[in-house]
Design a protein around this ligand. Structure first.
Ligand code: ADP
Length: 658
């Protein structure tokens, strides 16, 4: 075994690798960017080396600096985690040329699977079923269009160098083909430096089932059963589980054998995942699954496999990379119970899941396995993937694991940044999910219901008003009474809507809070640090609530039943000096880079029309015109870096001639 390794990653996966290394007595070296100088992974490793500015392209993607960090610290191996350099064969070659071990497969194996087109061709040869389609060199748009026509719609266009759900478009009819092709090619070029695509038949009601495989340097390959990752939004996994609901012994045998053939075809070493797209329109069938791709690294969702097989896959990776044979033979690997993993993200489901940034003010979890790379006080920056944590639960049955997941989600408390926790909770409560009736379209079909806000929004709203009214000096004071009598009026901005709240303290026994939807009466109000205690007829609740002052007013986040409710209390003076109405501007919803400006100055646009493409957190976001109008000014250039709230385009009313 190695005595010291470099972890070429950040966030939860870097922390997760540090944990196993520490248990095995292996010293760890973290690498970090400017933005991550105080990040958890950099603080938790035995040593930390600064490798560059915040942009990943200048730090976490700089293989030369990672190798230099290993040289400087005397490490023998580099663990790449997932993402960043993990599937970069040139990096693997450079690591090996520097006399270091790469914790992962050979450069040739990565190359063989790196491009989706070449991988499909190779798998076809190895006798692994593949999705029908076009996956050769020709990229002429008219030619690709004909291929799609012949295949029959719907089809899927995929950037051949793509990954992580990026650079993919589903096309339902031939008229939509060209713009989808442009989109996939553009995303492929920007994210992966390759605009070439492949086309395949779109499988309807698909399920995504993948098999975890492991190979060693001695030619052995085993599988560790399957994971079902069908719960996706825009091709990104949301909740994963193992085993797959409805899996039979016969289908499992066919699928795991195909996965092992795939790994053997490329002499695979280390952890890998063979992803299959599965016909989910009925029962699982041994002839109803097709190879999609092989991920030649550890997957984000590996904890569900660890839970059902009682293994530590990072330990396996380190052992295999140091030359040991596989820790267990196939016959010794067994599956026990059921596990789920939910991905907690800093994003706002109510705003089309836009990634959110901010400082984590409060962070606590209930009972579940938590893989987190973020600590209280840390900032979720716009530079990297906005995942906060993964929650994994395990139970004897699927239902037990699901109930444990629901409980863990309800106990999750994050303030300071908006998260998807209530969305995850709604998803885990969904009747089809509960019944194990999954397919990749479930979330999109039922998005309205999944985004419906909980029933008692009045309580967090009232607490927000109370927290905002409390003079700062009295937060922490034992009683609300210190404030004296009278009534107060607060204007709250809750997601664009202004709400008037009145707090009436004329009654010494009770404080009444009047809201648009009715009044609440509290017989007890007290502050305990960041926590507001409110009592209603002897029932006291403690709601963490954080007030933060900014130049334009004060923000308050209130945590209630696992969800964060955020309000804004504008400073009336700031509001008066603000010039044009927000409706006239298209603003950057987050910090990012302008990828494409789709309209010209003077152009007439209608409400909802696509006007600009912003890339942030490695995803493209299309911005739309807020109303009908004419483009009065374009305040940004393609390629420009823009910050959250910046005005990008300005609209003026359409004036009738004469
Ligand atoms: P990535 O490498 O970006 O993760 P994949 O090829 O693994 O891309 O596909 C991601 C997801 O897109 C799959 O899990 C599945 O939901 C969906 N998908 C991919 N190919 C198809 C297809 N041919 N038909 C239907 N859905 C597909």
């Amino acid at each position: 075994m190695f005595t010291k390794i470099v972890i070429a990653n950040r966030g939860e996966i870097a922390c997760r690798i540090i944990d196993t290394a520490a248990r095995l007595g292996v010293a760890t070296v973290a690498v970090h960017s400017d933005a991550d100088a105080n990040a958890l992974h950099a603080r938790r490793a035995d040593e930390a080396v600064h490798i560059g500015p915040s942009a990943a392209s200048e730090s976490y993607l700089r293989g030369d600096r990672v190798i230099e960090a290993a040289r400087r610290t005397g490490a023998q191996a580099i663990h790449p985690g997932y993402g960043f350099l993990s599937e970069n064969p040139d990096f693997v070659e450079a690591v090996e040329a520097a006399g270091l071990a790469f914790v992962g497969p050979s450069a040739e194996a990565i190359r063989a699977m790196g491009r989706k087109d070449a991988a499909k061709a190779l798998m076809e040869e190895a006798g692994v079923p593949i999705v029908p389609g076009y996956h050769a060199e020709e990229q002429d748009p008219a030619f690709l269009h004909r291929q799609a026509d012949e295949l029959g719609y719907p089809v899927m266009i995929k950037a051949r160098s793509g990954g992580g759900g990026k650079g993919m478009r589903v096309v339902h009819d031939r008229d939509a083909f060209r713009s989808a092709l442009d989109g996939a090619a553009r995303e492929g070029l920007h994210a992966f430096g390759d605009s070439a695509v492949l086309i395949e038949k779109y499988i309807e009601s698909p399920r995504h089932i993948e098999v975890q495989v492991f190979g060693d340097a001695h030619g052995n390959v085993v599988h560790l059963f399957e994971r079902d990752c069908s719960l996706q939004r825009r091709h990104q996994k949301v909740i994963e589980e193992a085993p797959a609901p409805g899996m039979t012994a016969e289908v499992r045998r066919a699928m795991t054998e195909a996965a092992i053939r795939a790994a053997q075809a490329i002499g695979y070493r280390g952890a890998g995942t063979v992803e299959f797209i599965v016909d989910g329109s009925g029962e699982l069938r041994a002839d109803g699954f097709w190879f999609m791709e092989m991920n030649t690294r550890l997957q984000v969702e590996h904890p569900v496999t660890e839970a059902v097989t009682a293994t530590d896959l990072v330990e396996w990776q380190l052992r295999i990379a140091s030359g040991d044979p596989l820790p267990l033979a196939q016959s010794a690997i067994s599956l026990t119970g059921h596990a789920f993993e939910a991905r907690l993200y800093a994003e706002d489901p109510q705003k089309d899941f836009l990634p959110a940034t901010g400082t984590v003010e409060h962070l606590s979890f209930g009972s579940a396995r938590i893989d987190s790379g973020v600590a209280r006080g840390e900032e979720i920056s716009p530079f990297y993937d906005p995942m906060i944590a993964k929650l994994t639960t395990h139970g004897a049955t699927r239902e037990q694991a699901r109930v444990a997941l629901l409980r863990a989600l309800a106990q999750t408390q994050v303030t300071g940044v908006t998260t998807n926790v209530s969305f995850l909770h709604a998803l885990a409560s969904h009747p089809d999910f509960a019944a194990g009736a999954l397919d990749t379209g479930l979330i999109e079909r039922d998005i309205e219901r999944l985004l419906a806000i909980g029933s008692r929004v009045e309580l967090p709203m009232a607490v927000a008003a109370i927290a905002l009214c409390a003079p700062a000096a009295e937060q922490g004071a034992p009683s609300w009474r210190l404030w004296g009598r009278g009534s107060e009026r607060v204007l709250l901005d809750g997601g664009g809507e202004t709400i008037e709240v009145r707090i009436d303290r004329s009654d010494t026994q009770r404080t009444k809070v009047m809201l648009p939807g009715g009044a609440l009466a509290f017989d007890r109000i007290a502050f305990d640090g960041d926590i507001v205690e409110v009592g209603e007829r002897g029932h006291t609740r403690r709601l963490p609530s954080v007030v933060r002052a900014t130049a334009d007013g004060r923000h308050v986040s209130v945590l209630f039943e696992g969800s964060t409710y955020r309000y804004f209390c504008p400073d009336p003076l700031a509001r008066l000096t603000r010039s044009a109405s927000r409706e006239d501007d298209v603003r950057a919803p987050m910090t990012g880079a302008v990828r494409a400006v789709l309209v010209g100055e003077g152009a007439e646009v209608s409400a909802g029309q696509d006007v600009l493409v912003l890339e942030a957190m490695k995803m493209e976001h299309t911005l739309r015109a807020p109303r009908d109008g004419r483009i009065a000014a374009i305040d940004c250039a393609e390629g420009a870096q823009v910050s959250d709230g910046a005005v990008l385009l300005r609209l003026e009313p359409l004036v009738a001639d004469g």
